[in-house]
Design a protein around this ligand. Structure first.
Ligand code: ADP
Ligand code: MG
Length: 493
């Protein structure tokens, strides 16, 4: 959608360069809103039905039909605006975007043009440890088109209008991203927000969340380059590959003395290449004008407040609460609010063991590593939050060492019905808490290692490590390393 003015570029001296070029990326994302019925009709939006069984007279554009605004779609747009600190327009306007394509029976798409419902806002996220912020231009409501089905086996094409009229929120950013990694991190954050607040199911395979990446390159500080728009990226992996390919291609063209033509391109995952689909239309080609069948969309402030009141805690607010209530770093708090399920897991574990910092470390460390390795989501974790809490309690009360805890975790992962104490018992992992027994081992080791003792006393700190190692070995790993250290120093100094 056109913003008409030239974008105001952020100064990004930190931007990574590719072959001496700065990469500039802006996103347009279509999020399908999770309403039961379509944006202007009562037909169902359910995915996967027999073709044309969910297209009513309005969706088919039969003469005499009129669109009726779906209240649920507006509420979802409001919720999105609130989640990203946008202005919710008191009055926005639906417009007709005119173009001719077999899957668009009316000959126009109802969208919003000059005055969208959601204006401005920011999406904040971490890229590694670096905090980023992408400015939104707008988010507007519009209807989806149908689908052309090419039935190669009978040599014919058909049109399925089940998708026609499905509500979409198109979310447009300023060209604030400077690499494919930033673009993917932004898209993941946006995906998190829309699924967290429940306005979109986020199913990328089914097309519920699809991104168009606008990409250009320029010499740092130079004139803004001409962009090409990669359409319909529906996986984060393809997004990264497509942008990387496109950037290399554009640089090569420029280095060869060619000019970039503004164009719409498609990414082919089989070849890993982008290819021009059509030269890009300008807004003027669409002959936009306000839709006379729909009055302006007026949103009373009370309605905005009602939606706000019904919204669950947002990821950013929750992360801030985790910092104050549990003393976590901003980075950890953000990690733990990557999904509602993960945040719930953390809170359950932190409260059960009263050791939030340890719970955070275990969840973002050991647990995340194991989940990643097996490509499991937090809901599929074989170890429940309360079980992890029990494990953490055994570390903090000195029963087991961190090392032993990892072994317990391995066992729990294999058998999710096992109890922490039973595993500690069965594997004999209890730390040696009997100071008399430990002292005896220490004395034996000191007596047998006079050379190390002399070296340590002579100022060689490292000699102590050798002694600690021997003691740990003699205790079959059950001694508490800190206690061993303290005892040794007490005896040697
Ligand atoms: P449309 O593609 O519908 O014509 P816009 O002009 O609003 O719409 O631009 C769409 C997206 O392209 C926005 O995200 C914007 O930030 C981004 N964009 C605009 N110019 C450039 C550019 N030179 N390089 C990269 N992205 C750009
Ligand atoms: Mg566009």
């Amino acid at each position: 959608m056109a913003t008409m003015q030239e974008p105001i570029l952020l100064d990004r001296p930190d931007a990574p360069l590719v072959g001496g070029y700065e990469v500039i990326i802006g996103f347009e994302t279509h999020a399908q809103l999770s309403t039961q019925s379509k944006i202007f009709s009562r037909a169902s939006t359910a995915f996967g039905a027999e073709p044309n069984t969910q297209a009513c007279a309005v969706d088919l554009a039969l003469p005499g039909t009129l669109p009726v605004m779906n209240q649920g779609a507006v509420e979802r747009a409001i919720a999105f605006g609130l989640a990203v600190n946008s202005h919710i327009a008191e009055k926005s306007v639906f417009a007709r975007k005119n173009y001719f394509y077999p899957d668009l029976p009316k000959g126009y798409q109802i969208s919003q043009f000059e005055i969208p419902v959601v204006q401005g806002g920011t999406v904040e996220f971490f890229l590694g440890e670096k905090k980023m912020s992408v400015r939104l231009v707008r988010a507007h409501l519009e209807e989806d088109a149908g689908k052309s089905l090419h039935e190669d086996f009978i040599g014919q094409s058909g049109i399925d209008l089940n998708r026609a009229g499905t509500p979409l929120l198109e979310i447009v950013t300023e060209p604030d991203m400077r690499s494919s990694a930033e673009a993917v991190a932004y898209a993941k954050e946006l995906h998190k927000i829309v699924t967290w607040i429940g306005i979109c199911d986020g199913n990328m395979q089914e097309g519920s969340f699809r991104c168009d990446a606008n990409v250009s390159v320029r010499k740092p500080g130079g004139k803004l380059g001409t962009r090409r728009e990669i359409k319909n990226l529906n996986s984060f992996k393809f997004m990264q590959q497509a942008i990387d390919y496109e950037v290399r291609w554009q640089i090569e063209q420029i280095e060869d003395g060619h000019q970039i033509q503004q164009a719409t391109v498609l990414f082919n995952p089989d070849t890993g290449e982008t290819r021009a689909m059509r030269t890009k239309e300008d807004a003027a080609d669409y002959r936009y004008f306000p839709d006379p069948d729909l009055p302006p969309l007026c949103i009373a402030r009370e309605w905005v407040e009602k939606v706000r009141g019904e919204m669950a805690e947002l990821p950013r607010a929750m992360a801030a609460r985790f910092e104050t209530d549990y003393g976590l770093s901003e980075y950890d708090a953000t990690q733990l609010t990557q999904s509602l399920a993960l945040s719930a897991y953390f809170e359950a574990a932190a409260q059960a063991c009263a050791q939030p910092k340890l719970a955070s470390n275990w969840i973002t460390g050991e647990l995340a590593r194991r989940l990643n390795a097996q490509d499991l989501s937090i809901d599929q974790a074989p170890v429940q939050a309360t079980t992890l809490a029990a494990l953490i309690s055994r570390i903090s009360d000195g029963t087991i060492s961190n090392n032993a805890a990892r072994q317990v975790m391995d066992a729990l992962w294999e058998d999710s019905s096992a109890s922490v104490d039973a595993v500690i018992e069965a594997k004999g992992l209890k730390q040696m808490n009997d100071s008399g027994a430990l002292e005896k081992i220490v004395d034996d080791v000191l007596a047998a290692n006079a050379k190390n003792v002399a070296e340590f006393r002579g100022g060689n700190e490292k000699a102590l490590n050798g002694l600690v190692g021997q003691i740990m070995k003699a205790s079959k790993g059950k001694a508490n390393p800190q206690q061993v250290n303290d005892l040794l120093r007490a005896k040697l100094i």
